[in-house]
Design a protein around this ligand. Structure first.
Ligand code: ATR
Length: 248
């Protein structure tokens, strides 16, 4: 049986290591490959049992599917496809994002989401019942998300209170930059959650100041656990995937 990740580019994807190790662990005769594809028109879904979908195809994949589950449909993005004769789309980014927050009491907490792109949509969907501020340099995009998922739209962090900050932008991915200055972190001591999976300047600063932090690596691991469950019904333990990630 064939599985894989569909996206472009895929040089640094850790997904094959995780899912292949899980297939071996459960004695499932399957392989998980990289399908580095720019144009979805050129991809043949026939022989493939399951797919992880990543940048830039999370939205474009939808028109190729026979069914889409309600969560993925509301977010407007699919990161997981199961092929059981029909192609069915799911979004496990939301579960992956929320899982590390299960141990945090979000009641009454002021949550600031930085960014209003595709990743922010999944995050805001997951947090839609909470007290949200959506902050984006392009205010109109923040307003669209706030209208859809609730919350206040802003374009600057200046005088606001923050108990939790979630970075969904790409700032910090390939540069030593952060959208939140250290004074702000010192003043509010928020829990800082950066969905980027390397250690960003934002995470380093927050650790230095003594804030609680969650990195995108946890989100990545939990979304992969959920994906594997959708495809196989089997539940991989967090520590198993964490161990593989740490070896790489
Ligand atoms: P993704 O699907 O990963 O969320 P995206 O849809 O391109 O990617 O969204 C990127 C987000 O990061 C946007 O909110 C973007 O802000 P704009 O809407 O104003 O473009 C934000 N972003 C990217 N680079 C940024 C920067 N240098 N400073 C502030 N925000 C930035």
């Amino acid at each position: 049986m064939k599985y894989g990740i569909l996206g472009y580019p895929l040089d640094h994807s850790l997904s094959p290591k995780l899912h292949n190790a899980a297939f071996t662990k459960f004695g499932i005769d399957a392989s998980y490959e990289k399908f580095e594809v720019k144009d979805l028109e050129e991809f043949s879904f026939n022989e493939i049992k399951g797919l992880s979908i990543t940048i830039p195809h999370k939205e474009g994949i939808i028109k190729y599917l026979d069914e889409i589950n309600p969560v993925a449909s509301e977010i407007g993005a699919v990161n997981t496809v199961k092929n059981n004769g029909k192609l069915i789309g799911y979004n496990t980014d939301v579960v992956g994002f929320l899982k590390p927050l299960e141990k945090v009491d979000l009641d009454g907490e002021k949550i600031v989401v930085l960014g209003a792109g595709g990743a922010a949509r999944a995050v805001c969907y997951g947090l839609k019942d909470h007290d949200l501020i959506i902050l984006n340099r392009t205010l109109d995009k923040a307003k669209v998300l706030a209208d859809e998922f609730g919350g206040e739209a802003l374009d600057s962090l200046n005088d606001i209170k923050a108990d939790i900050i979630v970075n969904t932008t790409s700032v910090g991915l390939n540069s030593d930059e952060s959208l939140v200055d250290k004074e702000f972190l010192s003043k509010h001591k928020p829990l800082v959650y950066d969905i980027i999976y390397t250690e960003t300047k934002l995470i380093k600063d927050a650790k230095e100041i003594g804030c609680q932090v969650i990195t995108g690596m946890d989100m990545f691991i939990y979304q992969a656990i959920e994906q594997f469950k959708i495809w196989t019904g089997k539940e991989v333990e967090y520590e198993f995937f964490k161990g593989i990630v740490e070896k790489n």
